[in-house]
Write a protein that binds this ligand. Sequence first.
Ligand SMILES: NC(=O)C1=CN([C@@H]2O[C@H](COP(=O)(O)OP(=O)(O)OC[C@H]3O[C@@H](n4cnc5c(N)ncnc54)[C@H](O)[C@@H]3O)[C@@H](O)[C@H]2O)C=CC1
Ligand SMILES: O=C([O-])CC(=O)C(=O)O
Length: 307
Amino acid sequence: MVKVSVIGAGNVGATCANVLAFNRIASTIVMLDVKEGIAEGKVIDMLQAAQTLGFETNIISSTNNYELTAESDVIVVTSGIPRGPGMTREELIGTNANIVKSVVSQCLVYSPNAVFVIISNPVDTMTYLVSRFTGILKSKVIGMGGVLDSSRFKYYLRIALKANPSQIEGMVIGGHGDTTMIPLKRLATYNGIPVTELLSVDVLNKVVADTMVGGATLTGLLGTSAWYAPGAAGAYVVESIVKDYKRIIPSCVLLEGEYGQENICIGVPVVVGRWGVEKIIDVGLNVEEKALFEKSVEAIRRVNNIL
Ligand SMILES: NC(=O)C1=CN([C@@H]2O[C@H](COP(=O)(O)OP(=O)(O)OC[C@H]3O[C@@H](n4cnc5c(N)ncnc54)[C@H](O)[C@@H]3O)[C@@H](O)[C@H]2O)C=CC1
Ligand SMILES: O=C([O-])CC(=O)C(=O)O
C-alpha cells in the first residue's frame, strides 16, 4: 500500500496525480487544494477516466483538510502561483514561500515521515526553505526541476539530431532558472555516441539555449506555465521513491560540501530510492562546467537571501 498526497490540484498537481493513478504508482492518492471544488472536481473527473481506462487507484479529494493526507509515504508540493509571460520564476518567491511554508508544516503534523517532492517555484529556493527550516531530514526533501529540464534538453537534442527519442541521454544540473540551468552537453549521447561528435558547436549551443528557456517559451505560448511534462516529471521522481528504483535523477538537494558547496539546494545527480535521496553523485565537472555551476550557485544564493 502506497499513499501519495499531492498538494495543489492545479495544472501540475492534477497532471502528476493523474500519471500516478494511471500508471498505478500509488494505491491511494490524495489531492488537496485550498480552493473549494478544485480537488473535488478533478478527482471525480479522474475517477470517471478510470472507468474507461480501467485503473483502480483510490483517489481522494480534500479542500484543505490535512487529516486526509495522514501517513502519506510521499507528499508532492505544487501549491502556489505560476508565472505568466515575461516573468521569471524568481518573481514568485514572495507569494510561494508563504504558501510552501504553511503547506509543509500542516503536512508534517499528519505525515512526519514522508518524503517531500517540492515543485512550487522558484524550486531551488522553495527546496532550501523546506530543507533548512522545517527540521525534515535532508534526504527526505527533493526539489524537482532537473528531470523536467533534462526532458527538454533531450527533446531539443532529438529535434536537432532527427533522432529516435528513446536513444537520447542527457542531463541538466544547476538551478531551475532561465539563466541558472546547466545542460551537460559533454555527457549527452545518442545511443552511446557523444552528441558533441554528431552536432556542430553552433547547433549544440542552440540546443542548450533553447533548453534553458524551455519553460519561458511554453509560458509565452500558453499564457501560464507548462504542466504535462512537469506533472510527469514529478510522478517519475515519486515512482523512483515508492518503488525503490534507485534511479539517478538530477534533483535539487541540500549540499553539505558536495560539489564544493554548502548551505544551498541546487540540482545535482542523486540516487533516489525508498528513503529519498540515497546518494549524491559527483560527475566530475570540467573547468568550464565548474565555472557555470559556481555562477548558478551565486544566483540561487541571491534569491535565497530574500527569504
Ligand atoms: N519545479 C518545476 O519544474 C515546475 C514548477 N512549477 C511550479 O508549480 C507551481 C504550480 O503550477 P501550476 O499547477 O501550473 O499552477 P496552478 O495555478 O494551476 O495550480 C496551483 C494550485 O495551488 C493551489 N494553492 C494555492 N495556495 C494553496 C495553499 N495554501 N494550499 C493548497 N493549495 C494551494 C491553487 O488553488 C491552485 O489550484 C507553480 O509555482 C509553478 O511555477 C510548474 C512547472 C514546473
Ligand atoms: O516555466 C515555469 O515557470 C514553470 C517551470 O518551472 C517549467 O515549466 O520549467
